[in-house]
Design a protein around this ligand. Sequence first.
Ligand SMILES: *Cc1c(COP(=O)(O)O)cnc(C)c1O
Length: 812
Amino acid sequence: MNKKVFKKKFLDLLTEKFAISVEDASLFEIYTTLGTLVRSSYAKDWRRTWNTYDQCQQKQLYYFSIEFLPGRMMKSNLLNMGWLDTVQEALADLGINLDDVLAQEPDMALGNGGLGRLASCFMDSIASEGLPGNGNGIRYKYGLFKQKFIDGYQVELPNEWLARGNLWEVRRESKAVDVCFNGHVYLKKQADGSLEPIHENPTIVRAVPYDTGMVGFRNGTVNTLRLWDAEIPLSEESYYRSIEQRRAIQDLTSVLYPDDSNEEGRRLRLMQEYFFVSAGVQSILRHFKAKQKDFHNLDEFVAIHINDTHPALCVAEFMRLLLDEEKMSWERAWNVTVKVMSYTNHTIMAEALEKWPVDMLQSVQPRIYQIIEEIDRRFIEEMTGVVDWEVIQRTRIISDNLVHMAHLAIIGSHSTNGVAKLHSDLLKNVVLHDFYRLYPDRFNNKTNGIAERRWLQLANPALSQVLDQTIGDSWRYDANDLHLLMNFREDEAVLKQLQVAKQANKHRLTEFVLKETGLKINETAIFDVQIKRLHAYKRQLLNLLHILTLYFEIKEEGKTDIQPRVFIFGAKAAPSYHYAKSIIKVLNEVATMIRHDPAVSDKLSIVFLEDYSVSLAEVIIPAADVSEQISLASKEASGTSNMKLMLNGAVTIATLDGANIEIRDAVGEENIVIFGLTESQVYDYYEQANYHSYTYYESSPKLKRVVDSFIDGTIPNIYQEGVEIFDSLLKYNDEFFVLRDYEAYIQAQRQIAADYQQQDKWLRMSLVNIANAGRFSADDTVMKYAEDIWQIEKTNPKRRQAEDKKYVPYTL
Ligand SMILES: *Cc1c(COP(=O)(O)O)cnc(C)c1O
């Protein structure tokens, strides 16, 4: 692939597609042409990858996730194909800026946050390691809502990401399957005495897959992300006469989170779960059947991963197909199912552990409910006499008229993992302790990771260049080689280059903010970043208390030696999460108050960017000086933005929660600022029930001043929102210990400011963070899953090593 060949092909295709010259073409036409070229160039490898897995009878992984958050695909594909530099230069020759072209692509935002982004980082890493693994999910028409701020309030708009088509997907008509809902089921006696389930009057929905190639990094592997859309079955065209019936089918794959404040919305969500599970499992078994004959050793060919509880129905659907379609005995079917399935738990928050009413599941899919009942009955039978009755009551799948999805996932799989050391320990010792005692061998830890390619190579070219010049480019192939940077800790010239790269990224973000919001920010200030979903446990409120503290120090105490800071936020609140929306409103109003106050506006500013997304993260993270990871200890299972920020040289201010603990272990205590309650102190408070937030409020005038500002008129234009926050802290005793951790947090922030003022020290801290981020590479994480859980092997030898890095697997 060279520039000359590319230019010719590109111009030819532009003419072919649009009958237009490059001077007259719109950016979108250029984007479409480039994308078409890219896709057709990996198509052969896509087919070959697929065929190789079959020919070699390789065991394949299917990663089931109700969310995927890939972001934009173009640049990632160019990088992984080895085309990025050539294309950039060729387009420049034609007078086109590649970045402008890339901006044409809508974010593929089929996820909320960390969980969906993890699934996408894993897709990239699985392909890049040459592992046979595919994704399975839903092709939501509108994905997650688009966030706007109007008068400081969050407003949700539909995200029409498919409006101009999607270059990367291929509709696979021939792979469609039918999914049955509703109706009722009875068992009919057969001539041979066996019982056959008859599903009467089902509603049939046609599931049509859209496949997207997941291109590996310079290794010729292209795996598949399969997303399902719901359609009216061809044979039933006449049955679905009414608009209503047609709409019901469209609704199935319309939005990511149907409004779960009412029964109808919850039912729709459950139907979505069964829909993509059934379609995915059916297509796996159909493919397997076409290639192999014997279903008894299915587990030697298929691994299914259940990403959080949403796809837990995989267990029952797999059983259904083996029992009802393949006529396998219960014992054999169960034996195979457990070996095939594995499950990741993502949270210990009780409200996030899914439970479905028995009635609802029974009516959504009666046969599936029957099977779950039987799994539950056999579980109880097996455990009776082995463990106490109370333990059985706590671990069984169906209790209190609810189906416990996590229990189904654990009982029906051979592996349950947490996503950071602390989280996995909490699962074993507290949250899932009963299960741990029943199945100690099933529990394991797999600390999350990130695709270093996207979060460093793509997002931060300035830093990437410094790294290439300093330690060579082997880190691009193995992120562990970032560790070589440790040799340059005391190298003034390298530290200076890191500073220059950071400043360039801060400049880039400053320009971006100006363009998007019209706000001018001070690019020499500390860029203090908290980007993540808005949730009480993540404690954006604690961050706000610190900002208000600085504000009052300047305004009312006349402090002048405050290190200027720009506080950058990105966060969406769930549409029905009232409290989180109040925090957004108050943050926005404090931002406005500070902006309009000349006494503070040159020292402090808040930039709350709308519609946080992967693409936004890619501009913010490289520019961050400080990474805010301040959840209440024990509540954040892992976190991954903590890893992305560290990789980009931000210094972390953190509680000992999730993967923050492992970040501290990696960089050493002197290169991270830790504060606040530990997980065991939090649990002590729970046990003793002796936390009284009022004590902290009353005994600190500084804190009192800040908390009172929510209700005393200090902050203009807030109403009930301020009262709600005030009450959460005092009347409802501050569920997430914000006031308890306040003083320690303020001290930690002082430490940050002091460290930042010693730029030498700061740059060294930053360097150590970059150098030690390799251990959070998702490439290594997926290899651990592959070896310990999925038992799948690489087709390709280890991706090309530095010596043959000129290898470009894709030609035109
Ligand atoms: C990484 C990422 C997240 C996860 O952030 P946490 O701070 O780990 O919760 C959420 N959303 C997007 C867009 C991300 O890229």
